[in-house]
Design a protein around this ligand. Sequence first.
Ligand code: IPM
Ligand code: MG
Length: 351
Amino acid sequence: MMTDLLLLPGDGIGPEVTAQVRRVATKIAPELTIEERPFGGASFDQLGAPLTDETLAAAKAAKAVLMGAVGGPKWKDAPRDKRPEAGLLGLRTGMGVFANLRPAICFGPLANASSLKRELVEGLDFMIVRELTGGVYFGQPRGIEALPGGGRRGVDTQVYTTFEIERIARVAFELARGRRNKVASAEKSNVMETGLLWRQVVTDLHARDYADVELEHILADNAAMQIVKNPKQFDVMVTDNLFGDILSDAAAQLTGSLGMLPSAALGAPGTPGLYEPIHGSAPDIAGKGIANPLAAILSFEMALRWSLERPDLADTLFAAVNRALEGGARTPDLGGNMTTVEMADAVLAQL
Ligand code: IPM
Ligand code: MG
């Protein structure tokens, strides 16, 4: 039988926050079958690899996969292919989840928690669509080599094909149609060949199939500035793997805390989605029971919507999170003193 939800708690605060997802899932959708496997550094310690073949097979056989967080100082000297992060990259490519949806939503009760002025972030609902399985994260050649005359040389390669650009742009245009109908495409076409190709492919696709959607091309550095200057001008922003990594961290902070934001990574229709909070493993607070579980809980909300065919329950859960925040529920990252479990309790009480 197919598992509905595979939990990969991972490292650091990952197990603490995914435990709260399990509580919420059990309450809101008791019929879901849930399985759990070690991942990242925890998997390396127990099984010798950050992502085993069995775990990848289980991920591909589930309807949705929810990952907590990976990485930590313990594994920083491990060879690159054994590092927890390599497990995550292997999972993303192995599952073929090329489209990473990273919403930056400012919950009303948290508008004061942002480092930006309330009026700039209140009502913010902006979606970054990050290409997730290509670009400089995976391009060949890469490596560090010794130079004959002394010194070393590090190489990374940024590569994109028209196929990869077109399929991610399509996701962005489709999403925009169900939102405010605007797409901003961010690249560096002024200096990069891949950026130039990106702009051409997006322009052609827009003219061919999505002329009804408003399209703006924006250089990635300007995008970073505009995100902190006037984030509400954006609806959907589509960008490559590396720019998406950076711009989504900036966008996340607008909403008050990285501890609030979920993400969904989707592949071809009918294949399982991978859901992850945007935050990392936060080794500084791991084990203290004070991590904000809302990013993980909202990642489950996205799983209900995009993979588990229960948008109704997703709406219910989203509203419960908002009411918990309205009621004053705050972990330390939001300026309060609730524990992880108490924050989840506050959400459960609203379900
Ligand atoms: C993210 C993270 C990952 C990335 C790391 C942990 C490999 O920063 O999901 O944004 O760079 O993609
Ligand atoms: Mg990142």
